[in-house]
Design a protein around this ligand. Sequence first.
Ligand SMILES: *Cc1c(COP(=O)(O)O)cnc(C)c1O
Length: 436
Amino acid sequence: MDLVGSQEVKKVVNSVLDVIRRQIVEGEITEIDAPQIIKMIKEKCESEQRPSLQSVINGTGVVLHTNLGRSLLSPEIKEYLNRIMFSYSNLEYDLQAKKRGLRYHHVEKILRELTGAEDVLVVNNNAAAVMLVLDTLVPNKEVIVSRGELVEIGGSFRVPEIITKGGGSLHEVGTTNKTHLKDYQDAINENTGAILKVHTSNYRIVGFTEKPDPVELQKLAHAAGVPMINDLGSGLFIDLSKYGLPKEPLIQEAVATSDLVTFSGDKLLGGPQAGIIAGKRSLIEKIKHNQLLRALRVDKMTLAALEATLLLYRNPAQAARKIPTLRMITMSFDELKERANDLAAKLESIPGLSVQMGSGESQVGGGSFPGYRIPTALVYLTLPTSCSPTKFEQLLRTGEPPIVARLEHDQLIFDVRTLQGGDVTKIYHRISSLMK
Ligand SMILES: *Cc1c(COP(=O)(O)O)cnc(C)c1O
């Protein structure tokens, strides 16, 4: 109760008394139970004090669940973050030179090493990175984009609008399924500002398709004296095809064939929300002088989490194990089955529940690996007929801790891929207390 001020307590007391008065008027209660009223006041004070942002158990199997916060940071970096968050740091101070330093400096070395780029810059998110790049390099110029790559990302971020917002104009080329090098070539004129390639990260065009070799496209851009910009969206450093996933473009590959590459810190990279721009030093230098950068700059929490996550990539095998996003995507079916067994065994011990195990498919989510499903292990719960599945799902979702699961054909389904350490026990306790 210490955390709540007296004005707040007064408000809570009045609201609880209002409820009781109404209940008396409506004949719902006939006696005043003082200890019960005090308990209600206490509980209300506590619940008002609880932050709105809560930790949630993700039983959906969607790894990069945008609604549930996308990437989880690696527990490996916890201690380091704790140290940086709660103390002064050399954020903008060069300790060696005893003079002002740059916040961007901290992630430069590791990012250059991992991407192979001459220079890098980190901003608030990838949407900001794309906007900043276009705003700096192509105001009042034409940006050439293939019709197959006019992407809309969630939250109304659309490539055509972003280009015009930056003061540029869109020059569409090719068709939805096929765009040739010649289409780009024919579009180049004295007002061309850049060629923009956008990774179709959240959809796939399959069948009769074609797009030019990125090396050729970059050559074309250079012959025209304009930069080749590549919005990758998701930042993948490790080839996941060795884990059976489809081949997705790697950051290193994109950097080798583009002048500037932009990608997110919290999609496949598995770090905090951030936007990373990697590429030619001369272009990044221009971007660093854009006034907008100040508005899009990242906080020390982001920089600390990003640097620590990136350092895990020094050892790629370690990164696949220690970065939760990569670990969940590459988890073996045997491990998933073992986890499902564990959850099913616990839930079976609850009277009245019927539990089955099965296999199904998880999605990576977050607009990556579109259309691709990873085989996974599921636990199906069938409730007693006296229990409404819809109501049960709602109670699970709105309780403490909130548990988000799938509800299909009156069965609750847990995809164990996205469960974290300790979640199995928490799910068991919540469900057994709901069944009482
Ligand atoms: C996700 C994505 C973005 C936006 O990135 P945020 O980090 O969510 O701002 C931009 N472009 C592409 C191609 C994307 O996939």
